[in-house]
Design a protein around this ligand. Structure first.
Ligand code: SF4
Length: 376
């Protein structure tokens, strides 16, 4: 495995060109105006799986709510999840809080300064640790995200699969060669920006690229075909039935178990339809299995499609009337009937938020009226 995939003199030239390009064309992003390692950490975590434009809006809001490590450590998980609502990949929010709590419990008010120490904290993968260490503390360590992998694979003309360790090591070594000694964080951010604005996945814009003279993929006419993309996975699809279970003007909600997908978030009880079931039957069975309540399914309310990273669902929501008894935490946590104007206090995953929005828009922001004029 080559220790230096780029010739030393060439690497030096590219390093300088990259920083010159970054000074002129780097993106103006609010988290680049701070030196606060905590704020930089929050931005790096938020930017994983979240669009830059969304992060622009949500990053300052998060910092207003949780301005430092201690504030984050002192917050309840529910408060952090509520603030993260709509950003998806909620393990990120839970891990932010867990890392803050671990540091505060160890008597620290600040983040550790090296990638190696950061990587010991919950939620710090290799990328996050390197990004924070280089940007906030000036450690010379490459932060290999998807953008960097693409740029470097093209620069080296790398035809191997970037998921393979040997390929990854070559890319990482090249990224290390492109890091400035004094401003490694800027070098990493320059490569990120290059990948986000010029070295685009399908249509790289090579003409204005500061690396073009050395780019092997460009010379070989392979720029748009590298790096090798894994074959598209077929995403499994499930029909999910869930109940808007009404009782006395209140709606039944339940918290997802902490170790489950979307753990700690609240939802309308429901689950996957089984083979041979109608959706209404699935709704009735799921509510009973999760909460012990028998319900009468009154009417379909909404059908919506939603995609997660590994599967897609069609969510079918039904207005239901609760039978007698108290809901119990059988396949969920803390089930409860909640007044409509209190629902906003609870963090819901995106699909349930869409359902709530539809409920508000529909004018059924109150229990549906049953025949005879009584509310269900
Ligand atoms: S020359 Fe083109 S393919 Fe090569 S790094 Fe620049 S934008 Fe990417």
């Amino acid at each position: 495995m080559p220790q230096r995939p780029l010739a030393t003199a060439l690497a030096g030239r590219l390093r300088r060109r990259l920083l010159e390009w970054y000074a002129r064309h780097g993106r103006s992003l609010p988290w680049r105006a701070t030196r606060d390692p905590y704020a930089i950490w929050i931005s790096e975590v938020m930017l994983q799986q979240t669009r830059v434009e969304t992060a622009r809006e949500r990053w300052p809001r998060f910092l207003t709510r949780f301005p430092d490590l201690r504030a984050l450590a002192d917050a309840t998980e529910q408060a952090v999840l509520k603030e993260w609502e709509g950003l998806g990949y909620y393990a990120r929010a839970r891990n932010l809080r867990r890392a803050a709590r671990a540091l505060v419990a160890a008597g620290r008010e600040r983040l550790p300064q090296t990638a190696a120490d950061l990587a010991r904290l919950p939620g710090f993968g290799a990328y996050t640790a390197a990004a924070v260490a280089s940007i906030a503390f000036g450690e010379r360590v490459p932060a290999l995200d998807g953008n960097l992998v693409r740029v470097l694979a093209r620069l080296l003309g790398e035809r191997g699969d970037p998921r393979r360790a040997a390929v990854r090591a070559r890319l990482s070594a090249a990224a290390g060669q492109l890091l400035s000694t004094r401003r490694p964080g800027d070098s990493n951010q320059a490569l990120m920006d290059l990948g986000a604005t010029l070295c685009l996945p399908r249509r790289p814009r090579c003409e204005p690229c500061p690396l073009r003279a050395a780019c092997r993929a460009r010379a070989l006419g392979l720029a748009a075909r590298l790096p090798r993309r894994p074959a598209r996975r077929h995403l499994a699809h499930h029909h999910v039935a869930a109940g808007l279970v009404w009782r006395g003007g209140r709606l039944l909600i339940a918290r997802r178990p902490g170790d489950a997908l979307l753990g700690g978030l609240w939802e309308f009880p429901g689950g996957k339809r089984r083979v041979g079931e109608t959706l209404a039957q699935a709704c009735r069975r799921e509510v009973r299995e999760e909460t012990g309540l028998d319900v009468t399914v009154r009417a379909p309310f909404l059908r919506l499609a939603h995609a997660y990273s590994h599967f897609r669902i069609t969510l079918h929501l039904f207005h239901c009337e609760a039978g007698p008894g108290r809901p119990r935490p059988l396949g969920c946590e803390a089930p409860r009937f909640v007044a409509l104007d209190e629902l906003g206090r609870y963090p819901f995953p995106r699909a349930n938020q869409k359902a709530l929005e539809a409920l508000r828009r529909s004018g059924v922001w109150r229990p549906p009226v049953r025949a005879g004029g009584r509310r269900a």
